[in-house]
Structure formats: C-alpha cells, structure tokens
Ligand binder design. Structure first.
Ligand code: ATP
Ligand code: MG
Length: 567
C-alpha cells in the first residue's frame, strides 16, 4: 500500500459508520419503539476467526452504544457439520473479546418447530411445494442471469399432496436427496435466489440439540431471517454477500409478519487480511491435513490462535476500529493488525531481557565471585510498573548477532576494540575473542568493564552509541522460543485462480529456538503472560510451557513497518 492511500484511508474514515447513522435515523423516526436489538449468528462449524471479530464488535458494539441488547444465536441448521466443540470455543472467544450476551443464548434449532409450522402454512397457502427432482436437476433448471429458470413439473402439485409428502419426508420415509420442499416464488425473477429456492431438505443425521426428532431440516436461508424475526431483532447486521439474499428474507417475512415490524438488514464489507485466509472450510482443511498444529496454532487467523500468539482483546478491537465498516470489499493489511498489538503491548507489558541466540562474554576485570543486582525499570512508558533487580556477574550472554569480528561501518555493537553499554549495568570494551578451531565459530568474547560507568550511579559521563541486552550466564534460565512468520507467502493465498492455497504455504512460518536464555525473573511466568524482550519483540508464554520447560511464542517483532509507512 502506498503512503498516500494509507493516509487517505485513515483520514477519510468517518467518525461514525454508515451503519450507526442508519440506526440513529431509525431511532429518530421512532421505529421499534426505540428498541435496538442485534445478534451475532455464527454457524457452529468451525472456530471463530478475526473476520468474525469484526462482526462481533459491530453487533455487540451497536447494542452497547445504544443501550440495546445483542443475542448470541447459533445458526445450527446443518447437523452434519456442526459440533459441540465449536459451540464451546465460540462462546469462549466472544467472552474473551470482551462481550456478553447475558442469558440470551439461542439456537436456530430452538425454532425448528416454528419453522416447520411456517413451512406447513406456506404449503397450505399454495406458496411451497415438494419437488421430487434431484438437487443437480433443480440447480440446472435455475437458469442464468439472462435466462429464466425452467418450471418444475412438480410445481403444480396439490396442497393435499404436498402436505402429505412433506409430513412423510419428516417421518423418515424417503431417502436423503430424494425430495425437497421449495418456496413457490418466481422462476423468472432476475434474482436467482428467488427462483423457487429450496427451503427444506431431508437429512438423517442426528442433531446435536434436537437428536432424532427431525428428519427434515430448514435451509440456512429459510432459518436465518425468520430466526431474527422470532427474536425481535431490529437490526440484522451481516456481510455484503447477503445483500442478494435480502429480497428472499423480506419475502419470507412478508408471509409471516402480523404487524409493521421486520428486522432491518444492513450489509457491510468482510474483513480480509493479507497473507492469510478467512474461510472456515479451508482453515479446517489446514487443521485436518496437519499443515498447522490445530485451530489454535499461533499462525492461524483464528481468535484462539491469535490469543495463543499473544494478541490482546484490546488490540483486536482497536484494529477493527481502525479499519472501520464500509460497502466495499477490500483486503486489510496485516501490518495494521501487528501495529495495533504493538501499540497495546508497548504500554502494558514489562520489558525484560532474553537472549535468543547466546554468545558468552567474559568480563576479565570483574571479580569472579561477585554478583551485583542491578535495578531496571520495568516499563519506561508507565512508572507504576516499578523496577526489578537483575543479577550481573563476570559472565554474561549477549545476542550472537550483536558481535562481529569484522564489523561494517556504523555497527554500533560489540566488535574488537569497540565499547557498548550492557543495559542497566556497565560499559564494556571488547579486548579479544576465542574461536572454535574446527568450525571457526566465535565461542567467547573477552571484555573489560569500566566500574565508573554503572547505570544510574556511576561517576563517569562516558557515552557510547550501542546498548545491548544481556543475561547473566550463571543465573539465566533456559527457554524454548517459537518464532512465527506469515503462514502464507502470498498476500491473498485463497483468492488465486486454481484455488490451491496450499502451494503458498510459507515453509519457514515456524522456527523453534531451543537454546534461549532468559533473566531469572521469568522463572515463574505462566501461560499467556506477556513481555517485551528488549530489542527483540513481544513474547507470550505458551500453554505448552511448564516450570521445567518454559516456552514462549513471539507475538510480533519490534519493527513497526506500518508506523514507518505512515510517516
Ligand atoms: P466462513 O466464510 O469463514 O465460513 P461464515 O460467514 O460462514 O464464515 P458464520 O459463522 O456464518 O461464518 O458467520 C457468523 C457471522 O460472522 C455472520 O454474520 C458473518 O457475516 C460474519 N462474518 C463471517 N466472516 C466474516 C468476515 N471475514 N468479516 C466480517 N464478518 C464476517
Ligand atoms: Mg455462514
């Protein structure tokens, strides 16, 4: 994204969204007696991803803002793909994001009875019929955008015969796929969804909530709009692809409603993110094929993956705020998401010392048996986070890349003859180093320190350009650190021609470092605790972590490309 478009985007973002404006207008006009009632309607066939967070923030956010309510409703119309595991995870993720549906946890399956009765009513009114043709024939008869559909020979069936067949469909008398119930609307409608859509099908799998009770199940399109209606939803907020479904929902509600009330559907653009994909079906494939380690793999765009990676709910809500809601499909830059989490963690988490790739430094003029505790500020952005003590002795570990035998110009780190400050401690000077004779790898660097340069108490006013993080070699604790990179090396892996996102999987998306050394204060870090490792990035304790084997995930590095682009 160029500098200018980025800037434009930020500046042109309206302070309130078009959706909010619609709601305000409705309130002014006194619609629904001033009631605001929204819902978040997930289908429990996968884990929530960050795209869902955009819908959640809007549904719950609008209700909060206007003193209304927001229901959680599981659109569980397909017993084949749905699982209780998904329901539990969805609830956990919404709560984690900071929203509450109170006692209003509903299921489309709560309305199977009402929906069945409504279907019967449509049949009796000559507005629905049983079609015996197989699905592929029905679909072939749909016609095209320029050609009307073919009228099914079963469209003329009598009400009595339709009723009889539909009841028997639900008794389990017929095979799956052998018959469907269709709404009788208009086979030549310019809107293909109005060409006698299927509203009920036979499915013989037991349902996770209604068990064996039903043998026919409503199609999503037959359940969704009416469920909103049954719940008294005032504003049905959904993504743009449902715009073309709106006439069908309206037609169905027209047949159902007994007053002026109807839910108002407002569509907004989906959240898409660069270098990943949002389809639950494809994310499930990644899980089942073992391309990632489960739904909560920290590389996944799922909310549980982001949580495990170290994202905070605040950072996700902030990101959603920044991208806003529009009527145009777009792909959002993952750099903005990373920027949001950096900004949040910057002020919230302590800064500590961790060395990912250790190189030993021996300070030859520091007494061997001496240990000092140097005091370090936990977060300069927030004094209230206090200070902590870190042990210092004659053997410290620094980052291997902070030493160079033959440094280029302007390498302000350690090199033969060079001086650097060990953060919070002393200035040291490199006198010599030792290499492994066989491999040529530097194994130890020898330095001398200047006792007058102690941070915060020294008498010397010597200044050096480089400051390094370090840990005491004798006190450091071991840790495994998992570095993550983008899961895909293509900006839009799922949007390509042949639909094979797999070939864009980044082979280097996970790097495990098993020999990292951390300052001893991290010994008691618990899963989900978050830290900035100075000069390196933000890290979060993984739930694989134990007292004896600490594991950290890198959330993001410190380099904020987004902020740089903005400048
Ligand atoms: P997927 O395509 O990932 O399977 P879905 O739309 O089928 O998603 P649902 O469980 O039906 O998933 O979604 C619940 C709600 O979340 C819907 O209102 C849907 O519009 C919204 N939603 C889903 N994906 C996104 C997204 N990428 N951005 C914004 N809202 C989304
Ligand atoms: Mg859906």
């Amino acid at each position: 994204m160029s500098e200018e478009t980025t800037k434009e985007k930020e500046e042109s973002k309206p302070s309130i969204s078009f959706i909010e404006q619609f709601i305000i207008e409705d309130l002014k006009e006194g619609k629904n007696d001033g009631r605001i009632h929204t819902r978040f309607p997930p289908e429990p066939n996968g884990y929530l991803h960050i795209g869902h967070a955009k819908a959640i923030c809007l549904d719950f956010g609008m209700a909060q803002k206007f003193g209304g309510k927001c229901n959680l409703r599981f659109d569980d119309t397909n017993p084949v793909k749905e699982e209780v595991e998904y329901i539990d995870s969805i609830k956990e993720d919404i709560r984690w994001l900071g929203f509450d549906w109170e006692e209003r946890e509903f299921y489309a399956s709560d309305y199977f009875g009402k929906l069945f009765d409504f279907a019967i009513d449509l049949i009796k009114r000559g507005l629905a019929y049983v079609d015996d043709q197989p699905a592929d024939v029905i679909s072939a008869q749909k016609g095209t955008l320029t050609q009307p559909g073919v009228i099914s020979s079963f469209r003329k069936r009598s009400v009595a015969e339709n009723l009889d067949l539909f009841y028997r469909m639900n008794e389990g008398e017929f095979e799956e796929g052998s018959r469907v119930l269709r709404a009788k609307i208009d086979m030549s409608s310019p809107n293909m969804l109005m060409r006698d859509p299927i509203i009920y099908r036979i499915l013989k799998s037991p349902h996770h909530r209604t068990g064996e009770k039903w043998k026919v199940y409503p199609m999503y399109d037959f359940a969704h709009g009416q469920s909103d209606y049954f719940e008294g939803i005032t504003h049905s907020l959904c993504t743009l692809e449902f715009e073309v479904h709106r006439p069908l929902y309206d037609w169905l509600i027209d047949q159902l409603k007994t007053s002026d009330y109807r839910p108002r559907q407002i569509e907004f653009n989906r959240l898409n993110l660069t270098y990943t994909m949002m389809s639950k079906r494809k994310l499930l494939e990644l899980v089942l094929e073992g391309k990632v380690n489960g739904w909560d793999d920290p590389r996944m765009p799922t909310l549980c993956g982001l949580r495990r990676r170290g994202y905070t709910p605040e950072s996700i809500r902030r990101f959603i705020d920044l991208i806003g809601y529009t009527k145009f499909e777009a792909i959002n830059d993952v750099l903005l998401l990373e920027h949001a989490v950096r900004e949040d963690l910057n002020i919230r988490v302590p800064r500590v010392f961790g060395v990912l790739d250790p190189l030993k430094v021996t300070i030859t003029n520091y007494p061997r048996d001496k240990v000092e505790e140097v005091e370090i500020i936990n977060n300069p952005e927030d004094e209230s986070m206090g200070k902590r003590k870190v042990p210092f002795c004659n053997e410290v570990l620094i980052e291997r890349e902070d030493f160079m035998e033959n440094p280029p110009h302007k390498f302000f780190r350690l090199a033969p003859g060079a001086e650097v400050r060990l953060k919070g401690a002393y200035i040291i000077k490199c006198d010599s180093f030792r290499k492994n004779e066989k491999t040529g790898v530097v194994e130890e660097v020898f330095c001398t320190y200047d006792p007058a340069t102690r941070s915060g108490g020294g008498t010397s006013d010597k200044k050096v350009k480089g400051t390094l993080h370090w840990v005491s070699a004798r006190h450091a604790i071991d840790a495994e650190v998992r570095l993550y990179d983008r899961l895909f090396d293509h900006e839009d892996p799922a949007g390509q021609k042949d639909d094979d996102y797999r070939k864009f999987l980044n082979p280097d998306s996970l790097k495990i470092l098993s020999d990292c050394k951390l300052e001893p204060s991290l010994r008691f870090a618990k899963p989900f605790d978050k830290f900035q490792f100075q000069r390196l990035g933000y890290f979060c304790v993984d739930y694989d972590s134990t007292k004896d084997h600490l594991v950290f995930n890198r959330t993001v590095s410190l380099k904020d490309t987004w902020a740089k682009m903005k400048k």
